[in-house]
Structure formats: structure tokens, C-alpha cells
Design a protein around this ligand. Structure first.
Ligand code: NAD
Length: 499
């Protein structure tokens, strides 16, 4: 079995650690490779290299940095299928969805190609007699990204194109479940002309993460993952003086109004709940059916769930693949069982799902639970599997109140033909990303992505303008070029009048 190694200073390295973790192909259930797990010393070495590369990279002109970004964009664009295949074999999602993931990441690279415009400062002429003021932003130094398994290409791409374009050097700690794509990305950066040491990949688990959080030479940490770990990253990283943005888990609701187009809503709900086997932070896991919409939407979504083609991700006919590990499959099936025991009606049961030829794969079939209440485990937990819970309410206001009482606030959507209901919803929900007849409202790369409440710790969202702001800090310069013969105007008190 091959071992996936770190990428530090432009080359692969095993580092000092003997520890490894097994990477599985979720469709076959078989071990595929091993990944090295970095020691604290390996992380320290990566930081040393990244710090050494920072001086030259941060002084490289913004137009030269943009040229590297353009070359990188071309290379990623030419390797979409190769990256997608690596995603399928370690994550399990279907090939077309993996291609879409790379495409969404490419859009962030394209955004970062505009870095000369994004870093333009402000200039105010003659703010006082003979005095001008201008502002500009500088990079932070060495920054780190710690990312989850569910988007092994896209989520890291929310971070490093922007961080590197801004002049920082970067250390990526990808998920140990699907680490291979990050190696290819590192090689593409090198081929694009990025100097060695600017982009580094350190594989690992808690030991590597803690070393990144504690190292005083790292200025900022971006994290995406589950809520308990996000909270931990925010607290420990902040305690060591870092800037931290930590995106957490989610429980995304979609309201279905009685005036909604039911077939349209059922089709989109089904794609949003079961696409990528529900392993998306923006997946819809709770449908909130208002009044008379309930019976119709449950019937339509049940039909859709039963027709989803579940199979190996490389099979072009497959619409949904396996979940990531046996442990994830067991956990999801246990939650379905708990839902049934606690009084939900199991409209479609995905437990014990088997795909011919892939009997050992980690498959869970699409599942629909109706008559779910907010005290049930299946509602309170982030399931992160292909399970849609239907909660019934009487009005749009009750539905909005239900969403607002949930601790998460990542994404939410409403299906309606009423502009009045949609506007009341968009203004009333305490959630970061909102869809009107769009169930997975992921913002384009030139906007920023992020949730509220337990879905984000820190105050900056990722990519877009907030990403540029996160990876830079401002300087404001007030300048005067006095005529040698003029009176100096120096005074021991602030000016009492406009000058
Ligand atoms: P996870 O929290 O288990 O792991 C995320 C990262 O943290 C990985 O790199 C992992 O190695 C590291 N990690 C895990 N346990 C750790 C510990 N005890 N100490 C230090 N580091 C640790 O998340 P996951 O299972 O890989 O991903 C799924 C989760 O990510 C879901 O909760 C999902 O909602 C969330 N997610 C959120 C967003 C978002 O934008 N808000 C996007 C994608 C995924």
C-alpha cells in the first residue's frame, strides 16, 4: 500500500513520524492507501519553510503574483477530471458531482486572479493643509488552513488562492480521510511557478492541528469542519494570538409553503438532501412543511427518494455514492433507528442498503422521516447522511421561529410563489446564506461564504471580499512634504479647527 506523504518546501517528505492512518475507498470498503500523520516537529519544520518563503513572496509584485494565479487556474482547469477521480475514490461522491466541486473551487481561483484590483487602497488628497492620507493592506505572514473530508478540493480552495494572492505563505492540513487531491494541487502550484515553500501540505490528526494552533509563527488559521472542533480551534487559536475563522456544522431547513410548486420543490429538495449522500454542509436535512403543503411534499419526496440511483461514483448512471466510512454509515443508521423509536414515521428507509458488486461499500439509501419533532435526536443532531426529516408547522412565522430556535445558522431556503412570504423569510431568519426557491444557496466566489451562530466562530466569512480582509491587515498613512522655508505648524495639542 502506498503512503501519502507531506509536501513541504516544494518536495514530498515523510518527516519524522512513524504514525499513519488508512484511507479507504468508500464504494468498495477496501483500504486504498495510507497517509502519514505529522508530528509536532514536522509541523514546526513546515512553518520554518513557510516563514522563510514569506519574505520574498510578500515582496513579489502583485501583478507577478496574479500571473502565477492565472497559470495555476489553467493547470487546475486542465486537471479537473484527474482531481475529480481522486475525490471519487476517497470521498465516494459521484464523478459529475466531484467535477462540480472542482469547478466551484476554480471560481475562487478566478476571483483571486483579480488581486491587483482587490488590494487597491483609498487615497484622500489634502485632508489638511499640505497633508494627504492613503491606506493599503499587507499580508499577515504564514497562515494555515484545516479542512474537512466532504470537499477535499473545494474547501481548501476557499482559502489558499486568496491567502497566497494576498502575499501570505500557506500550510494546508487536509482531512486524513481523503488526502490525495492536495498532493496533486501542490504539484500544480509548483508547475504554475509558485516559489517552493509558499504552499505546503502537512497531513495529520489532532497532533498536527494542535501544533499549528500553538505555533507563534502562524498568524491566522482558517478552519472548516464540525462544530465542536470549530469551537475548539477558535478558542485555542485565539488564545495563542491568532486571527481565526472557524466554520462549523449545520442543520439546514427548507420551508415548503402551500403555494409552492410541489414537483419543483420535491425535485430540488431531493437533490439537496441526497446529493453527495447528504455530506454537504449546505445539504437540506429538515423540510419544514407549512399547512396543506405537508402531505403533498411528503408524497412527492418519497417518490423521488425511491428513484435515486445509488452506486459507485465512477459509474456514470450513479446519482448518489456511499458515505465516507463504516463509522459514518453506522452512526447514520443508528440515528434513523432512534428517529423511528422516538415516534417519527419512516416513509423511506435507507438502512441496510446494498449495491450489487459493492456489498462491502459504505452505502446508506435515501431516507425520509415524516412527522419529526424538534426534540428527536434525528432533528437535533447533524446527521451528515442522506436523511430528510419532515417537520410540520401551521404558518410561515412558526416555520421561521423554528429555524431561529435551532443552534445552527448556515443555510436555509424557502419554496414559495409568494414574494411577501419570501421577503418575510429573508428578513426574519437568523441564518447566513438564504435561498428563495434555491435550496443550496452557496454564494458565488465573489461573495463571501459563511453561517451564523454555531455554524461560524470568528467574524469573517471565507473567500470573496471578507476573505481578502481576513488574510490582510490595513495600514493608513498620513503624509506631509513640507516646503523647507514654510512655518512647521507643529503644536503640542491636536488641531482645534479644520486646517
Ligand atoms: P471534523 O471536524 O471531524 O474534521 C475537520 C478537520 O479537523 C480535519 O482536518 C480533522 O483532521 C481535524 N480534526 C478532527 N478532530 C480533531 C480534534 N479532536 N482536534 C483537532 N483537529 C481535529 O469534520 P469532518 O467530519 O471532516 O467534516 C464534516 C463536518 O464539516 C460537518 O460537521 C460539516 O457540516 C462541516 N462542514 C462545514 C462547512 C461550512 O462551511 N460550515 C463546510 C464543509 C463541512
Amino acid at each position: 500500500m502506498t503512503t501519502i506523504e507531506h509536501w513541504i518546501g516544494g518536495t514530498t517528505t515523510a518527516g519524522t513520524s512513524e504514525r499513519t492512518s488508512v484511507v479507504y475507498n468508500p464504494a468498495t470498503g477496501a483500504p486504498k492507501s495510507k497517509v502519514r500523520l505529522a508530528s509536532t516537529a514536522d509541523v514546526a519544520e513546515a512553518v520554518r519553510i513557510a516563514e522563510a518563503a514569506y519574505e520574498a513572496w510578500s515582496q513579489t509584485s502583485v501583478s507577478k503574483r496574479a500571473k502565477v494565479l492565472f497559470s495555476f487556474r489553467e493547470l487546475v482547469n486542465n486537471h479537473v477530471d484527474e482531481l475529480a477521480a481522486l475525490i471519487v475514490d476517497e470521498h465516494g461522491k459521484v464523478f459529475s458531482d466531484a467535477q462540480g466541486e472542482v469547478q466551484r473551487g476554480l471560481e475562487v481561483i478566478e476571483f483571486a486572479c483579480g488581486i491587483p484590483s482587490l488590494l487597491k487602497g483609498d487615497y484622500s488628497d489634502q485632508v489638511s493643509g499640505g497633508v494627504d492620507t492613503f491606506s493599503f493592506r499587507e499580508p499577515l505572514g504564514v497562515v494555515a488552513g484545516i479542512t474537512p473530508f466532504n470537499f477535499p478540493v473545494m474547501v481548501p480552495m476557499w482559502m489558499y488562492p486568496v491567502a497566497i494572492a494576498c502575499g501570505n505563505t500557506f500550510i494546508l492540513k487536509p482531512s486524513e480521510r481523503d488526502p490525495s487531491a492536495s498532493q496533486l494541487i501542490a504539484e500544480l502550484w509548483q508547475r504554475a511557478g509558485l516559489p517552493d515553500g509558499v504552499f505546503n501540505v502537512v497531513h495529520g490528526d489532532k497532533e498536527a492541528v494542535d501544533a499549528l494552533l500553538d505555533d507563534p509563527r502562524i498568524s491566522a488559521v482558517s478552519f472548516v469542519g464540525s462544530t465542536p472542533i470549530a469551537k475548539y480551534i477558535h478558542e485555542r487559536g485565539s488564545a495563542s494570538g491568532k486571527r481565526v475563522q472557524a466554520l462549523g456544522g449545520a442543520k439546514n431547513h427548507a420551508i415548503v409553503m402551500p403555494d409552492a410548486e410541489i414537483d419543483f420543490a420535491a425535485e430540488h429538495l431531493s437533490a439537496a438532501a441526497f446529493g453527495s449522500a447528504g455530506e454537504r454542509c449546505m445539504a437540506i436535512s429538515a423540510a419544514v412543511a407549512v399547512g396543506s403543503a405537508a402531505d403533498a411534499i411528503v408524497e412527492a419526496v418519497t417518490a423521488k427518494a425511491l428513484s435515486v440511483k445509488v452506486g459507485y461514483g465512477r459509474d456514470a448512471a450513479s446519482e448518489m455514492g456511499p458515505v465516507v466510512t463504516q463509522a459514518a454509515k453506522d452512526r447514520i443508521e443508528d440515528l434513523i433507528t432512534a428517529g423511528e423509536k422516538q415516534g417519527a414515521r419512516l416513509a423511506v428507509d435507507g438502512r441496510g442498503y446494498s449495491v450489487p458488486g459493492y456489498e462491502n461499500g459504505f452505502f446508506v439509501g435515501p431516507t425520509v422521516l415524516d412527522e419529526v419533532s424538534t426534540d428527536m435526536d434525528v432533528y437535533r443532531e447533524e446527521i451528515f447522511g442522506p436523511v430528510l426529516s419532515v417537520v410540520r408547522t401551521d404558518s410561515v412565522d412558526e416555520a421561521i421561529a423554528l429555524i431561529n430556535s435551532n443552534p445552527y445558522g448556515n443555510g436555509t431556503a424557502i419554496f414559495t410563489n409568494s414574494g411577501e412570504s419570501a421577503r418575510r423569510f429573508q428578513r426574519g431568519v437568523h441564518v447566513g446564506m438564504i435561498g428563495i426557491n434555491v435550496p443550496v444557496p452557496v454564494p458565488m466566489a465573489f461573495y463571501s461564504f459563511g453561517g451564523w451562530k454555531d455554524s461560524l466562530f470568528g467574524d469573517k466569512h471565507v473567500h470573496g471580499p471578507e476573505g481578502v480582509s481576513f488574510y490582510t491587515r490595513a495600514k493608513v498613512v498620513t503624509s506631509r512634504w513640507p516646503q523647507v522655508s514654510a512655518p512647521s505648524g507643529a503644536s503640542f495639542h491636536f488641531s482645534t479647527t479644520a486646517r
